[in-house]
Design a protein around this ligand. Structure first.
Ligand SMILES: *[C@@H]1O[C@H](CO)[C@@H](O)[C@H](O)[C@H]1NC(C)=O
Ligand SMILES: *[C@@H]1O[C@H](CO)[C@@H](O)[C@H](O)[C@H]1NC(C)=O
Ligand SMILES: *[C@@H]1O[C@H](CO)[C@@H](O)[C@H](O)[C@H]1NC(C)=O
Ligand SMILES: *[C@@H]1O[C@H](CO)[C@@H](O)[C@H](O)[C@H]1NC(C)=O
Length: 692
């Protein structure tokens, strides 16, 4: 585990520096690509060529192929997509390899739902989507839901949050033994919802996703807690490796205790509009799009059955590696998952099409003489939909190499969902991200850059953060401490995880001309080119310090009593001072013109500080109750009522899920504040590069 007690960290730094200085210096004497013209020397030439070699046609071709069949992880059509990606990489002459794991996945066998209305009518409600021929499309289900049956009164519990149950309790509504209907949202993961419902004595959960226009789709999804293979928690699920038994406590606690199923908004409304009992609490009405007046319980009863199987499956990650010419031991990773609940045109194969096009264009640059300074790795993950399984296993297997050599992880999942550019990043990458959007044409306007458009819409440029556990950046950032980004066009698309996420939907709604694909890929590729080629890593830790200060200001409004934020404030000051020095050093080194061995070594020393700094936020003990998550700034909160996407350990104690004694609670918050402060200090020490 790449933790960071500071002496070890600095020692590691010095050790790597001395060994790896060799690599840096060697290539000087063996220019493999002597400059025949201006171009091979000039990174701008390759950036321009990368941008100008885009065509929307290739994206549509790739996407068409990837979405011909529904390709759920662990099934034969999914293997076909793996081979398609692998063959594509190989045909481009890229060094390609495949990495398989044997993991526990989950599939449905049987499900049924019957409504017994108050007027005596009994109807069997179809659970599949209308007009969908079930040829290879998996029926709607929740992966890892236990099998089971329930017969009980229906109760509507809104998002299924603690405050929702409180509102029901205040109206005298009992939920015990009921079948709860939940609308998706409110910052609750599927696992949060079912775990909370089970705590409240609910017998089974039905979830639906509200929609304005499209209400027939059913949102599949995983209800497993945590991420990665449940049988190999913390280590890689390699063939013939160590594995827990399916019945062991550690495994079972990852799965909910009561069965659940997704249903369509249409179906949910049929049931909900038949309820009597207490009125819907007024505080729910603001955002509610469903026709429902009363929350029950009853008189409608549901008879619900779900039978599924958990079984071992082989999953396949595919990689293409472009070896760095000068720093082959520094990795820039671009990742996207390939597995889909159904056809996956948006989720995730718009991103896969982008990855394939990056491969095509990087191969083209190589034919023109380009070799990145650092190694670039294109990663195509499997079984993300079950809980980031492919990427988490790989990160676990490669933890030390990633912790000491990965410069950044650039994720793209649902690349194109509709209009509008959105990005998430760790803050040291903000400036780079914003800069590259100045070079990319906006796909939805005549004559503007993506940057112009981004600035002009959605209240200006707002880069989100990566505390969610909703795509493959989570293991890289939250477990391994690798600086990360994630980006996409559009958000909240209506066909999410339904059988209607198809190529046709993309050409009709998501991106009819495939120009948004072109744009998002432009940003992705330029980020990679800078991170792989810039002599000094384009990381800015002053941005990070400013962001941390903002979080601290928000916290100070929430804290009361004897809790002090002074430790964090002092640590941020240290970080700011260190980051300033690093910026000055970077400026000096950029301005130095004659490239000699000493300059290369100095760059390497500086780059290593920049690369390692993020690791300071990791803590070997991890977050309380979810120890796999090691990052103290970005990580999941425990389904708390807060929307704060930072300092999860602190926030969990400010909004505890169970009531605590005030004094104990304040002590717990203060301890978490000290932990965060020490983490920020570690980052500052790493940037300074000195022992205390
Ligand atoms: C019984 O109630 C359900 C739900 O409100 C309704 O759809 C159905 O038409 C009713 N049946 C009769 C016979 O009234
Ligand atoms: C519920 O459905 C199952 C079959 O799906 C049936 O065997 C059972 O009798 C039903 N229970 C009630 C109370 O209707
Ligand atoms: C590519 O874009 C052009 C111009 O925007 C458009 O005419 C063409 O139909 C697009 N091709 C595809 C495959 O979408
Ligand atoms: C703060 O600490 C003091 C002494 O320990 C205690 O008397 C007081 O009640 C605390 N205040 C709050 C708001 O907890």
């Amino acid at each position: 585990m790449a933790t960071s007690s500071k002496p070890t960290c600095t020692l590691l730094l010095l050790l790597t520096l001395s060994i790896l200085a060799l690599f840096t210096i060697l290539p000087l004497h063996q220019h493999r690509h002597p400059a025949v013209s201006r171009s091979p020397q000039d990174p701008l030439f390759y950036q321009d060529t990368f941008l100008s070699s885009a065509t929307n046609y290739t994206f549509s071709t790739y996407l068409r192929h990837l979405t011909l069949h529904s390709h759920l992880a662990g099934t034969p059509p999914s293997l076909q997509t793996a081979l398609y990606v692998k063959t594509h990489f190989q045909n481009l002459n890229l060094a390609t390899h495949q990495n398989d794991y044997a993991v526990l996945l989950s599939y449905p066998m049987h499900s049924s739902l019957t409504a017994h209305f108050g007027n005596g009518t009994v109807v069997s409600l179809p659970l599949s989507e209308p007009g969908v021929t079930q040829n290879g499309v998996v029926r709607p289900y929740h992966a890892y839901s236990p099998s089971g049956s329930a017969y009980g009164e229906v109760v509507f519990v809104n998002y299924g949050k603690e405050e929702d149950y409180r509102a029901l309790r205040e109206q005298g509504v009992k939920v015990k033994g009921c079948i709860a209907i939940v609308r998706r949202g409110g910052g609750m993961s599927r696992n949060d919802v079912v775990v909370k419902a089970a705590e409240k004595g609910v017998a089974a959960v039905l979830m639906y996703t509200e929609g304005d226009s499209f209400r027939e789709g059913v949102e599949r999804g995983t209800v497993m807690g945590g991420l990665g293979d449940p049988l190999s928690p913390g280590w890689a699920g390699v063939e013939n490796g160590e594995r827990l038994g399916v019945e062991e406590d550690q495994v079972i606690q990852r799965f909910p205790k009561i069965p659940s199923m997704p249903i369509s908004a249409e179906r949910a409304e049929t049931i909900l509009s038949s309820l009597e009992g207490a009125r819907v609490p007024s505080q729910w009405l603001g955002t509610l799009k469903t026709k429902v007046q009363r929350v029950g319980p009853g008189p409608t009863m549901l008879n619900f059955t779900y039978q599924g199987e958990k079984k071992m499956a082989t999953i396949h990650n595919i990689f293409a590696v472009i070896r760095g010419s000068e720093e082959p031991d520094r990795f820039v990773l671009l990742g996207n998952h390939r597995d889909a609940w159904t056809y996956g045109a948006v989720d995730p194969n718009s991103g896969t099409a982008a990855l394939l096009d990056i491969a095509r264009r990087f191969a083209l640059l190589m034919r023109l003489g380009w070799n990145p300074r650092r190694t670039i790795i294109l990663c195509s993950w499997d079984a993300e939909e079950f809980g980031m399984v492919g990427s988490a296993e790989w990160v676990e297997q490669n933890l030390l190499n990633l912790g000491s050599k990965a410069v950044a992880y650039l994720n793209v999942d649902c690349a194109v969902q509709g209009p509008g550019f959105f990005a998430r990043a760790t803050p040291q990458l903000d400036n780079l991200l914003i800069d590259v959007t100045k070079k990319v044409r906006d796909p939805d306007s005549e004559d503007a850059t993506l940057h112009d458009k981004w600035r002009a819409t959605n209240n200006g440029i707002k880069i989100q953060r990566l505390s969610g556990v909703d795509s493959d950046f989570a293991p890289f950032l939250q477990h391994a401490g690798v600086p990360s980004t994630d980006m996409y066009y559009g958000r909240d698309f209506t066909v999410y995880h339904t059988a209607f996420d198809s190529y046709n939907w993309m050409t009709n709604f998501g991106d009819p001309l495939f120009q948004r694909h072109v744009a998002v890929t432009g940003v992705w590729g330029l980020l990679a080119l800078h991170l792989a080629d810039d002599p000094i890593l384009p990381f800015n830790y002053l941005c990070y310090a400013a962001e941390l200060q903002e979080y601290t200001n928000i916290l100070s409004n929430l804290l009361e009593g004897n809790v002090s934020l002074d430790p964090i404030i002092a640590a941020i000051q240290e970080l700011t001072a260190a980051a300033k020095k690093v910026e000055e050093e970077a400026k000096r080194l950029r301005e130095q013109e004659t490239v000699g061995e000493l300059l290369l070594l100095k760059r390497r020393i500086l780059n290593d500080k920049l690369m390692f700094a993020e690791k300071g936020f990791l803590d070997s003990e991890g977050l309380e109750g979810k120890e796999w998550f090691k990052h103290l700034v970005y990580g999941p909160h425990s389904g708390s009522e807060s929307k704060l996407a930072f300092f999860p350990g602190v926030v969990d104690h400010i909004f505890p899920s169970i009531r605590m004694n005030k004094i104990k609670q304040q002590a717990a918050i203060q301890h978490e504040i000290w932990r965060v402060a020490r983490a920020i200090q570690r980052v500052a020490y790493t940037l300074k590069g000195e022992l205390t």
